[in-house]
Ligand binder design. Sequence first.
Ligand SMILES: Cc1cc2nc3c(=O)[nH]c(=O)nc-3n(C[C@H](O)[C@H](O)[C@H](O)COP(=O)(O)OP(=O)(O)OC[C@H]3O[C@@H](n4cnc5c(N)ncnc54)[C@H](O)[C@@H]3O)c2cc1C
Length: 598
Amino acid sequence: MNPLNPCCDLSSSSAFPLSPRTMILSANQVSGKSFDYIIVGGGTCGLVLATRLSEDPSVSVLVIEAGAANLDDPEILDPTQFSTRFGNPKYDWAFETVPQKSCNDLSVPFNRGKGLGGSSGINFFQYHRPAKSDIDAFEELGNEGWNWALLEDYYVKSERFVEPVKKDPAVLSYTLANHGATGPLTVGLPNVVSRFEGPYRTAIESLGIEFAEKPTNGFWFTPISVDPVERVRSYAANKYYQPNATRENLSVVVSAHVTKIVTALDANGQATAVEVAFLSEDTSYTVKVGKEVVLSAGYILELSGIGNKSILEAAGIETKIHLPGVGENVQEHFYSSVLQGIRPEVMLNLYEALGKDVFGMAATCIAFVPLASVSPMHASLQESLAKAIEKDISTGKISESLRKQYTIQLKHLQDREPSCEFLMWPLFRTDPSAPVPGVQFLSVSAMANHPFSRGSIHITSNDPLLAPRIDPNYFEYEYDLLSIVEQLKFCRKILDQEPLKQFLTGNEFRPGPNVQSDEEIADYVKANMRTTWHTIGSCSMLPRADGGVVDRNLKVYNTTNIRVVDMSILPLHIGAHIQATAYAVGELAADIITGQVF
Ligand SMILES: Cc1cc2nc3c(=O)[nH]c(=O)nc-3n(C[C@H](O)[C@H](O)[C@H](O)COP(=O)(O)OP(=O)(O)OC[C@H]3O[C@@H](n4cnc5c(N)ncnc54)[C@H](O)[C@@H]3O)c2cc1C
C-alpha cells in the first residue's frame, strides 16, 4: 500500500509518475450501495464510457473490474515489455480456444487483458481506423445511423496525435488531417525505427503495393498507442481514467469478479437489472442499479440467464430471456508469419543503438490490400468461395442473417476492399516458438481480416469463475485457409526484394525451406497460426430477427436497462486492428446513453 495514496493499489515501486488519489474503493465500501450506472469490466470501452458518463457530476458511476488496478505499473507502461505478461494472471486471463476442428485440432492461446484498461493494457500498440466500407456495413446490416459519417467524429474525439520530434518522411510519414488532435488518448509514430523500415517500404512498393495516405488500401505507417514524449504505453487506464480518477462520482472497485446481473421480469417478459453480484476474495457482494448496467464483458449475459435457452439449461442456469444470438457470430482475425534471420553484422543492439528511444518502438510497417493485389489465384478462390456459400444457403446451413453478412463480404471482395494485411516486425515476432538464442529475426506476418468462418463463445457451467468455451472455428470456410496461404507466399516475395534482402541471411527459419507446395504451406498454417486477439461478434448489434443481441442503442433485446459496450457488439469484422474502434465505440456509447445521439 502506498502511504501517499491509501486508496490506490500501487503494488510495485515505479520510475513512472504516480497517479493522483483515486476513488478505488473496497468491496465493503460499495456493497449494498446504489449507483446510477454500473459498468461491468474496467477495460478499454468500459473506462472510456465511465470517464465520459462521470463528466456529469449529478450521476454516480461505478466500475467493477475483475483484475487489479495495475496503475503506474512499469510492466504495463514500458512499451518494450509487451507480450511478456502473457500467461501472468495479474494481467492476462490466458484463455485457450477449444481444439479447432478445421485446423488439425490446434488449441490457440487466447490472451485477454485483465485489470484496469483491460486489453488496452497488454496490446501491441498498432492504432488506426478501418475502411469506411467496414463501418458502413453496420448500417447496411440494419443499424440505422451506424455509419462512417457518425463514427469518424468519435475516432477523432478519442485521439491526440503527437507529431514525431525527428521527422523522416522517407521512412515514416503521416497526414495530420487524418488524426485527432485534442482527445485523451495520446498516439504517435515511433521516435526511432529499426534500420529495416525504409528498405521494407521500398521492397513492398516494388511489388506494386503503393504508399497510402490512409490505412485503407496500400502500404502505410501505423501510429502506435505509445506516448512519444513520456515514452509509456498510452491506454484506457492512464489516459482516460487516471486524469479523472479524483471525481467523487466515479467509483472503481477492482479484484471484483462479477458473477451475474440480478433481474426482475415484468408481465411483458422484459427484464430490468436491479442488482449486480460480484465476488471479492471469496466473499459475495451486491450493488444496486440506479439507472443502468453496462456490460463491458458481454459473456456475463449468459450467467445472468440471458441467452440461448438450450445452452443456459445445459449450464444449469434458469432462462430469463431466450436470446439465441448471445455468444454466436464470433469472428476473429488470425495470422501466420514468415521469418528470416538477420545477418549478424547488421544485428542491432537496441539499447546501445537507440538509447531510451527504444521505449517508443513498435511494429509500424503495415499494408492493407485486397487478395487481388497479392495473388494470381484470387479470382478462382473467390469463385469457389461464392459457390460454397451458395451451396450452404441452398442446404439451409447458412441462416438468412448470415446470408446478409456474406452478401456484403462478397461484394467487398469484388470491390477489392482490403481484407489482407501484412505487418513487418523488426526483430522479434516469432510465434509460436521461442527465438533461437543469439539470432535476430525479421518477420512478416500475413493477417486475415475479413474471415468467413463463424465461431462461438459460451459458458459451459453456472460456475462464474470457469473460463468460457471459446471456439473461433478457424477455417470453417476453406477460403480463409487458402487465402492466407497466398498471403504467406507474398510475404516470401517481400523478403526476397532488395534493398531488404541484403540484410537477411537467406535462411528461412519459418515456414522453412522444406515447406513449398500449397498443401505444405497450409499444413504449416494449421500448425502455427495464431489469433490476432481481435475478437468480435458475440453480442452482435443486429436486428433481433437476425440473431442480434443489442439494438443500435446497444440495449440488450427484451431488457429495459442493460447494455453491452465492448468489441463484442461489432456485427461484422473490420479490416484493421481494433483498439481505435474500441475507443470510438466507448465514446459514441456515452453519447447514446446520455441521449445526444439517436
Ligand atoms: C494481446 C493483445 C494484443 C492486441 N494488439 C492490438 C493492437 O496492436 N492494436 C489494436 O488495435 N488492437 C489490439 N488488440 C485488441 C484490442 O486491444 C482489444 O480488442 C480492445 O482493447 C478490447 O476492448 P474491450 O473493451 O472490448 O475489452 P477489454 O479491454 O478486454 O476489457 C474487458 C474488461 O472486462 C474485465 N472483465 C472480464 N470479465 C469480468 C468479470 N466477470 N467481472 C469484472 N470484470 C470483468 C476484464 O478484466 C477487462 O478489463 C489486442 C488485444 C490483445 C488481447
